[in-house]
Design a protein around this ligand. Sequence first.
Ligand code: ZN
Length: 220
Amino acid sequence: MLLPELRANVLTTARKMVADGLAYGAQGNVSARDPDSGLIGVTPSAIQYDQMTAEDVVIINTHGQIVEGRWKPTSETPLHTIFYRERSDVGAVVHTHAPYATTFAIVGEPIPMVLAEAALCIGGPVPVAPYRRPSTQELAQVMLETVGQGVSALLAHHGLITVGPNLELAYAATIAAEISARLVIMARSINAHPIELDADEVTALRQMYLHYYHAQAADA
Ligand SMILES: [Zn+2]
């Protein structure tokens, strides 16, 4: 079996996504790129994550063609592969239907930066992309454009995507977006106005985080 460790990491993240209440059953999808071969491990289509094994993770190339696997890759494969083709810094993609973040996606409002932790992991408000139909190339394209050089964006009427150099950081951005969205909704529910972090401070925090991450990566 190709890339057992990569497959295991994809499976672990997919299960975390369900355990953390960010996706139900077989919803959402996760992928990661092997830095040596450039091959991608991605969750299969329509298999419940609690029944999935590492062998069920599909190995594909950056054009979405199956290299090894017994199932079809997720129907959202174009949404994953476009980031691997267009951004060499992306090593993992996480797409969830995180409920609080998705609340912002249904009202067409960006998730503001109200937490220092989110500023570190995400580096700016989470923008909302224009609506495109799920599983299409058009959706992949509009998400690539909306994420830009950042790490996250909301899919209108659908969910959230985060990217990162690895699964750990891509997933940390998902959690930061979801918690921020939840806290903003909670503040509004008591008729209070959440106060956004100063934009310069958000940038400074993000730079600090990237510097720390690169120093760690250089040590490894
Ligand atoms: Zn979805």
